[in-house]
Design a protein around this ligand. Structure first.
Ligand code: SF4
Ligand code: SF4
Length: 304
């Protein structure tokens, strides 16, 4: 049973996406994630709270926001604006004062019905295999909202894809799966201690939810962010494939996502520090090797 009036918090809705599942899709990104992956390209997605985002490329250094802030928690220096986020109450006074648009809100609340109306705007473009993807952040943190969007999609013949890191309750996973045609399931590392070192959380609960997905009616695609020196070893890739075979249920496609640093500038937007500044993308040789290894272990592999 779903309630289309369930309110969720999003940080983006992307229309005409071709990277979040088959065909042309509308992707709803929900805000809040239990993981804090060091390579995350959407750092603004991690906090469930609404935040003020700052783009220093658009800032004219006029200081009007600093003067207007009722909490006096903004400063301006040669690097632009800084916000003391322990004091900021996200009142939005600074956003209104900033005519060049350097300041904005990250986080918008809406009902599942409102989100679905956005999805419906592009129904004519979905054709037979496009549809709606819910991503994050982490969808398992807002299962009622996501399930209510997907239920409306189902009623209207729109394909649904649940993009998850798998970290959430089994009840939340089942709730979303009930209305999911496809699942993009992230697997980052098979060793829980290593997983925790780079994401802040062990992988035990993730593997429980993986089991549930693999034995569901939804088509599972395993997504592996390939991070040099973290999860690109033969040992880890082999352990991942062996785990998938042991779980059984279906033989998923494994989609490898080579590390990139496109999100690095977003850390400055929310006054956070990107730790992987020296990280390089995996070489072509590594990508080819990982693909060959996965295929030799019996899985179809795509390197995105
Ligand atoms: S949102 Fe309000 S409290 Fe926060 S920095 Fe802007 S003006 Fe100050
Ligand atoms: S009001 Fe906008 S443009 Fe002016 S200093 Fe603040 S962020 Fe920069």
């Amino acid at each position: 049973m779903v309630d289309i009036n369930t309110v969720g918090r999003t940080f983006n809705i992307q229309r005409y996406s071709i990277a979040d599942g088959p065909g042309i899709r509308t992707t709803i990104f929900v805000k809040g994630c239990p993981l804090s992956c060091k390579w995350c390209s959407n750092p603004e997605s991690q906090s469930k709270e609404r935040q003020i985002a700052y783009r220093n490329t658009q800032c004219k250094a006029c200081g009007k926001c600093v003067a207007a802030c009722p909490k006096q928690c903004m400063t301006l220096d040669e690097d632009g604006i800084h916000i003391d986020r322990t004091v900021c109450d996200v009142c939005g006074t600074c956003v209104k004062k900033c005519l060049p648009g350097a300041l904005s809100f990250s986080g918008k609340d809406m009902t599942a019905q409102e989100a679905f109306k956005v999805v419906m705007r592009d129904k004519d473009y979905y054709e037979k295999d496009g549809g709606c993807t819910c991503s994050g952040g982490e969808i398992l943190m807002q299962p009622d909202f996501v399930a209510a969007i997907f239920a409306q999609c189902r009623e209207n013949g729109i394909h649904t894809n649940a993009d998850t890191c798998g970290c959430g309750s089994e009840e939340a996973m089942r709730k979303i799966l009930e209305y999911s045609d496809m699942v993009f399931f992230d697997l980052k590392h098979m060793d829980s201690a290593e997983h925790k070192r780079m994401t802040g959380v062990g992988n035990e609960q993730i593997l429980k939810n993986l089991d549930i997905c693999m034995h569901s009616d939804a088509q599972v695609v395993i997504r592996v962010p390939l991070i040099k020196g973290f999860n690109d070893t033969d040992e880890n890739i082999t352990a991942m494939c062996e785990t998938l075979k042991k779980i059984g249920g279906q033989t998923p496609i494994i989609s490898v996502l080579p590390y990139h640093n496109y999100g690095e500038n977003k850390y400055r937007m929310i006054d956070e520090v990107y730790e992987l500044t020296d990280m390089e993308p995996p070489s072509q040789e590594t990508k080819d090797h990982v693909k060959e290894l996965i295929e030799s272990l019996g899985f179809e592999c795509r390197v995105e």
